[in-house]
Design a protein around this ligand. Structure first.
Ligand SMILES: [Zn+2]
Length: 327
């Protein structure tokens, strides 16, 4: 894919709710410089845009690259974007609505700028250089506080008419289940997100069914993160293992349904949970997905754990920016 792009440098940007990361890549997408600062969304749109520009300039300085050597900029945003116009339609974490990010950056850096959703950027990054490299069709599922999802079909990101497609976290999983943050009941997020898993694990710890977890972090959900969940299973908390297996079954069932529609080559599972417990997540999610996919598609896709970690989005944004600017 890199041969589609022009020689020079490409910038990838991961705009998060709390931090923003800029990475400068050479034309083979080797990282040659980076800079990370706090986002400070509370300071308002103009201030964050200035910080964004400053962060790019700091990354260029770190890479010893002149702004004039920059061929493209790709920005991953935590919200809905119009990829054609480069406008952030809405980003709840930043309290942004209709912010013309691409125009601001084009004016400043005088090079093409592409915007995309950060989860889409992560899935695209994995499809190019990570667990999905070599695959044509990739479904990405990232269980975290919620559950993010993205689809790359024939090398293109699927956005849908609303630019917010692949809300896999809100696929119905439990009939008449508990109410989800989105307003529906029984969404996948309510049973398979880290928040849902941590909630169940806290209850298990409280009633004495997860002694290691209780001893390590107590019953505070905010302290029950991926690493300690993995450690608790490794140290014999079988109830926590059961909770994770149950979440994987729900994930797998939803993935099977998605696979029936999309027929991916690879399903990439990412995020802290899946990366902390790779064997467990691959085995049980894959098993449930194979069980629920339409029989003619059994064995046609592989469930794999993401390989790029925290750099998936920033690299994906850079590659997307480079490809779209060259085409
Ligand atoms: Zn929902």
């Amino acid at each position: 894919m890199a041969n589609k792009t022009q020689p020079g440098y490409h910038l990838g940007f991961d705009l998060g709710g709390t931090k923003m990361l800029a990475v400068v890549y050479d034309d083979q997408f080797n990282a040659v410089g980076r800079n990370r600062i706090k986002t400070r969304g509370n300071l308002g749109v103009e201030s964050v845009l200035q910080r964004l520009i400053g962060n790019i300039e700091s990354a260029l300085t770190d890479a010893q690259v002149e702004p004039s050597e920059l061929r493209s900029i790709g920005i991953g945003v935590p919200g809905a974007v119009n990829m054609q116009t480069g406008v952030v339609l809405g980003a709840v974490n930043l309290a942004w609505k209709n912010v013309p990010v691409a125009e601001t950056l084009v004016n400043h850096f005088q090079c093409p700028v592409q915007l995309l959703n950060d989860v889409d950027a992560g899935v695209f990054g994995e499809s190019q250089f990570g667990a999905g490299r070599g695959a044509t069709n990739v479904l990405g599922v990232f269980p975290g506080t919620g559950i993010g999802g993205g689809v790359v079909l024939n090398g293109e990101i699927v956005t849908g008419a609303s630019q917010t497609a692949v809300e896999i976290g809100h696929i119905p999983a439990v009939p008449n289940g508990i109410r989800c943050g989105c307003g529906l009941r029984g969404c996948l997020e309510t049973v398979a997100s880290r928040l849902a898993i941590a909630g169940q694990a806290a209850q298990a710890a409280y009633r004495g069914a997860a002694p290691y977890l209780l001893e390590q972090v107590g019953t505070d959900i905010s302290l029950i993160r991926s690493g300690v969940l993995a450690a608790s299973i490794a140290n014999g908390d079988s109830e926590v293992e059961r909770i994770i297996k149950s979440a994987c079954k729900y994930l797998g069932k939803a993935i099977g349904a998605m696979a029936t529609v999309l027929s991916p080559d690879v399903v990439v599972l990412g995020g802290g949970l899946a990366e902390a417990m790779p064997e467990l997540f691959t085995k049980y999610t894959s098993k449930a997905a194979e069980k629920s996919v339409v029989p003619i598609l059994k064995g046609t896709f592989e469930v794999k754990i993401a390989e790029l970690g925290d750099d998936a989005s920033v690299l994906g944004a850079a590659v997307w920016g480079a490809q779209k600017s060259a085409s």
